[in-house]
Design a protein around this ligand. Structure first.
Ligand SMILES: [Zn+2]
Length: 286
């Protein structure tokens, strides 16, 4: 389901744009003195985009399930009398696009709510920790290093300016990737948890973005992950836009890219993860 993966990616993009604007408003040398304001902005941006990611994931899960099983499941966002038409409408609203439609005949309902309750306190804690690692701690280390770098050179010394600029760039890249992961994890976690608790679900497959890293390509190439008592964690990483697409019957169809990655893996013929990484990057570049 490309529309779903793209919509999640767009939410991470929205967060990134908002965060970039916040960072751009602060001079590099003023970051240390603006951490409180920056953190407030960061937390709000993560929280709002994460909430949208969760709503989108639940609408997606309910729609895919109804399409594959002909039944609608309860939980957040469920409305009595739900039909394929109303589930498509919910999904379209969450993606901001008209991606499909269906009949308005009410579907039989499964009363179970497999979606985990929203834990806002836990999410806020995670956002706070991430901010500390990605921003506050790094800024503090940078500040400690500055006097030694600075020495007697002037403020506009090119080497010093370049050093400040490089730091600002790396701070932005790291925090944007980590924040985007928090945003998409809200949706990914909702789906991953729902799968475990929904007897109708049999597993999931990985839908990657247009140019996944070697690790995600390998995971996607393995095909469907059938659920077991201990279904492994999804394994997303910063700057990763992969999504778990739930499966409710053996008639699912893997995206073409997943088949491509699995053929690449067969052609690779085996070796270490590092070997695969090299093979993958040279194969995809040509
Ligand atoms: Zn990925």
């Amino acid at each position: 389901m490309a529309a779903y993966q793209l919509a999640q990616q767009a939410l991470a993009g929205e967060f990134a744009a908002r965060w970039a604007e916040t960072l751009a408003a602060v001079e590099a040398r003023e970051i240390a003195g603006s951490l409180t304001e920056l953190e407030a902005e960061w937390s709000a941006a993560v929280r709002e985009s994460a909430a949208a990611s969760r709503v989108l994931s639940i609408a997606f899960y309910r729609l895919v399930r109804a399409l594959e099983t002909g039944r609608v499941i309860g939980g957040p966002g469920y409305r009595p009398g739900a039909s394929l038409g109303s589930l498509w409408a919910d999904f379209n609203r969450a993606t901001g696009k008209r991606t499909g439609s269906g009949p308005s005949t009410a579907l039989p309902m499964d009363t179970r709510d497999p979606f985990p309750a929203e834990d806002l306190a836990r999410e806020a804690r995670r956002a706070e920790e991430t901010f500390r690692h990605q921003v506050a701690d790094r800024v503090a280390a940078h500040e400690r290093e500055r006097p030694a770098r600075h020495g007697s050179s002037a403020l506009d010394d090119p080497a010093l300016v370049a050093w400040e600029k490089e730091f600002a760039e790396s701070l932005k890249t790291g925090s944007t990737g980590a924040g985007g992961m928090l945003v998409q994890d809200a949706g990914r976690d909702a789906i991953h948890a729902a799968l475990q608790d929904d007897p109708g679900a049999i597993g999931y497959y990985r839908k990657t973005d247009a140019s996944p890293c070697y690790f995600c390509a390998l995971m996607a190439g393995r095909g469907a992950v059938y659920k077991s008592k201990r279904t492994a964690a999804f394994g997303a990483h910063p700057h990763c836009h992969c999504q778990a697409v739930p499966i409710f019957s053996r008639r699912y169809q893997l995206p073409a890219e997943n088949g491509k990655f699995s053929r690449m893996w067969r052609d690779f013929g085996g070796g270490s993860l590092a070997d695969w990484r090299t093979y993958y990057s040279t194969t995809t570049k040509t």
